[in-house]
Design a protein around this ligand. Structure first.
Ligand code: C5P
Length: 244
């Protein structure tokens, strides 16, 4: 990446310029952070695994006509993507109650939700990514109500695609977080990454119903075996051929 300038460095990725002004290079780092970076650790090989997993998931979504920023892999830990202006919202979709939903409500962990729940958070480290309302989003002029509806509907569609994809590889899609942005022509594209860093995935190959997390909860909850879990996700994705 020597002749490409670093545009932005986040907690898990670095964004570089590309020869084409409408593209960027996204390099996945080995760092894992949780609780707004209060907890931090390096896992050798995590960047590569998340890059390869994300690339495959973006391909699946693109096949199903979801507009995403993904163009192609450049190498095992770098992808080329369309340049977007990120909308500062984190769109979380939950199929099963877990994590912050259970800390902030009386809903018991593991409760299956009768329909997907969408929780929207303001992407702002200083404010600790607070849960936000549609009216507050409007008040801050972050995006139009039509565009908000559009990204909510895209998120529901992504859920239907990924829920059934993961089920095929014996994984329960508990919840996930998406980010969107505007490309240079003002189209809304799905951005960021889709990996065990921002999806909760539980192993369905468990007979007695015990929860086995194959995602970043291994780090958040000090369970160990993060690289083993991410490698297992990668292995299952690679071994599976999507039915037409
Ligand atoms: O912590 P919480 O239960 O709200 O997380 C819901 C989902 O969103 C999880 O899959 C988690 O990995 C993801 N998430 C994320 N980035 C955040 C917060 C949550 O990827 N800043």
């Amino acid at each position: 990446n020597n002749k490409h300038e670093l545009i932005y460095e986040g907690k898990a990725k670095k964004i570089f310029t590309h020869d084409d002004a409408d593209k960027v290079k996204i390099e996945f780092k080995d760092d894992a952070t949780a609780f707004n970076a209060l907890k931090k650790e390096k896992f050798e090989g995590k960047g590569k695994l998340n890059c390869l997993i994300s690339a495959r998931i973006f391909e699946i979504l693109i096949e199903k006509n979801i507009p995403t920023h993904f163009i192609q892999l450049e190498n095992e830990n770098t992808m080329i993507a369309k340049k977007i202006k990120v909308i500062p919202l984190e769109i979380v979709l939950r199929n099963t109650a877990y994590g912050s939903l259970c800390k902030q409500t009386t809903i018991k962990p593991g409760t299956s939700l009768s329909k997907p729940l969408i929780d929207i958070y303001l992407k702002n480290d200083e404010l600790n990514d607070p849960l936000i309302t549609k009216d507050r989003i409007k008040l801050m002029n972050i995006l139009s109500s039509d565009d908000l509806e559009l990204i909510i509907n895209l998120t529901l569609k992504v859920n239907e695609i990924l829920k059934s994809f993961f089920k095929n590889i014996q994984l329960q899609l508990v919840d996930f977080k998406l980010e969107y942005g505007y490309d240079l022509k003002n189209n809304i594209l799905l951005g960021d990454e889709i990996s065990p860093d921002n999806c909760r995935l539980w192993d369905l190959n468990q007979k007695n119903g015990t929860i086995v997390s194959l995602d970043k909860d291994r780090f958040r909850n000090d369970l160990g075996g993060l690289i083993e879990a991410y490698s297992e996700i990668h292995r299952r994705i690679n071994n599976f051929l999507m039915p037409k």
